[in-house]
Design a protein around this ligand. Sequence first.
Ligand code: FCB
Length: 442
Amino acid sequence: MTLPSLPTRADFPPDFMLGVATSAYQIEGHGQGGAGSTHWDTFAATRGNVIRAEDGARACDHLNRWEEDLDLIRDLGADIYRFSLSWARILPEGRGTVNAAGLDFYDRLIDGMLARGLRPAATLYHWELPSALADQGGWVNGDMPHWFADYTETVMRRLGNRLWSVAPINEPWCVSWLSHFEGHHAPGLRDIRAAARAMHHVLSSHGRAIEVMRGLGMQNLGAVCNFEAALPANDTPSAQAATARYDAIYNQFFLSGLFHGRYPDLVLQGLEAHLPQNYHDDFAHITAPLDWLGLNYYTCQRLREGNGLWPNYQSVEGPLAKTQMGWEIYPEGLHYFLTHTAKTYTGNLPLYVTENGMAHADHPDQPDLARLSYLDAHLRACLRAIEDGAPLQGYIAWSLMDNYEWAFGYEKRFGLVHVDFDSLQRRPKASYHALANGWRLR
Ligand code: FCB
């Protein structure tokens, strides 16, 4: 069958790069290789948090199948592989004794990428906090920036010289707000004070990690934030005000901290009383200069006024076609964030789309045409953003393969490659082949 074609390498500026992304807990198989317990293991083991109480103990068994997986990435024609390192695999107690098998695994994995001509783009934290640190409050604890800096140093002394790029923390909003205010992700808190502290400590930890890596002489360091287009559900002033609050918490708080050294007033109205004392002092390292910014983008949200309690918004279902996650497909939002971020926060700093993709109830024998059209629309949004002046240098698809989708377990399939979670067989989908057709040739 002839596949619909996607924008190809030839459509983009000459140095533009394609990549695919994964994360450690979602693919490796955390029950193996001496990794320590994480807050995701215990969150998943608690009734009602994760569909069917599934966890990452086996996942895609990438720990043992990584060579096959790297071959798939090479054969796709990708330039970049964005992966993450598990803190608990490297330091099972979060601090102290190193699990040598864990560091050795990443050592081989990185060499495997380099041998295949792939640029290793590492993330230090993609959500699997060691339980020993969670026991002490995790991101709510003011010592986190020190623990995170120590972990960064342990990792980078061994691996830093072979990484193409590093971002300390994937999606500060998810790590803090989604996990400590909404309670949807580990540790499952719903507490405004915990959320405020986690939001600040995530940024402070980011800054400390950047300082450590600069001290080791490392380059090409960045940050990866997630964005959701915030749209008013109707044209009333109250819906617009609710949308502005949502946008400030989700889309502006972290960029404002990183690039402007302050937090937006709309967020401080609700959170200032709960932030750590003297939090301003930390902006000195939070604003440590970066070499690039990564944007993760999937969807939009329609907002109207909530029940009166800050942040006083609620989401309303929107009219557009939805993915298997129930997320509306809204590529205009990607164009908006790429152009708006450059204008408001980052200027000429290189931007990357570090995650974008869709979940679909794929059947391995049927072409994933919905994903093809999602990719097509979002790649075209990238092209338009470049035309409009955004310094976008790469697009990284989420995800290489179907994997553990957090609170949704294994049900939501985001992969370019289908994974049979019984046999663990990998089968490239039509979207993989269509991308490979347009990107394999350099
Ligand atoms: C992002 C996460 C990633 C994956 C996608 C669908 O928020 O970074 O791990 O779950 O969403």
